[in-house]
Design a protein around this ligand. Sequence first.
Ligand code: SF4
Ligand code: SF4
Length: 222
Amino acid sequence: MERQIDLNEISDGKLYGLDDMVRADCAGCAGCSACCKGMGSSVVLDPYDVHRLVTGTGIGFEALLQKHLELNVVDGVILPNLRMAGDDEACAFLNEEGRCSVHAHRPGICRIFPLGRLYEDRSFQYILQVHECKKGNRSKVKVKKWIDTPDAKNYDKYVARWHYFLKDLQRIAREDEEGTVAKTVSMYVLRTFYLTPYNAGADVFREIETRIQTAERLFAIG
Ligand code: SF4
Ligand code: SF4
């Protein structure tokens, strides 16, 4: 979820890159699952998140929507997010032991927490959110290690690319007063980037990039 923020209020005021050390390591969370509850619809998934979940769990996107995910409008475009359910508003992937049942395939926002992303100039840097994690005495860890994602450099490039592509689509959707373009954009995004599988063993970032370029031509953006 994107927010307008005062950096000094929510973070330690520093910006971090993949090779920087940051005080984010909560040592396996030790019985805490606070950030897996009560998040509303804020944990929005990008196409790579869904690709990881689908290939990791063997459950298709439409089947995941039955229980684990839901769809919501984000700035005019329909996108999937983690579903929070039950009295404690827990993520549907949180198991009875209070652990993530899809830890190896968890979405990007979960991986970087309590880090956040500050987007600027078609790129982003990481920030350390100081009021989010319940564990006080976190230790230092390299950002690249903390986000636990292979090919981290290309992953970060993809994250920024997707973010700004989506912003362009959201602008088109918002400008459409009748809502027909917004609906077309949403259906296109869901079908092209989330429902249509990526080739097994292929470079997923490259495949997403190809689909982005096709969409940019179609919607005359970029
Ligand atoms: S996917 Fe896993 S880490 Fe992310 S909120 Fe759900 S249970 Fe927590
Ligand atoms: S709040 Fe911090 S310690 Fe608790 S589950 Fe989230 S990351 Fe782990």
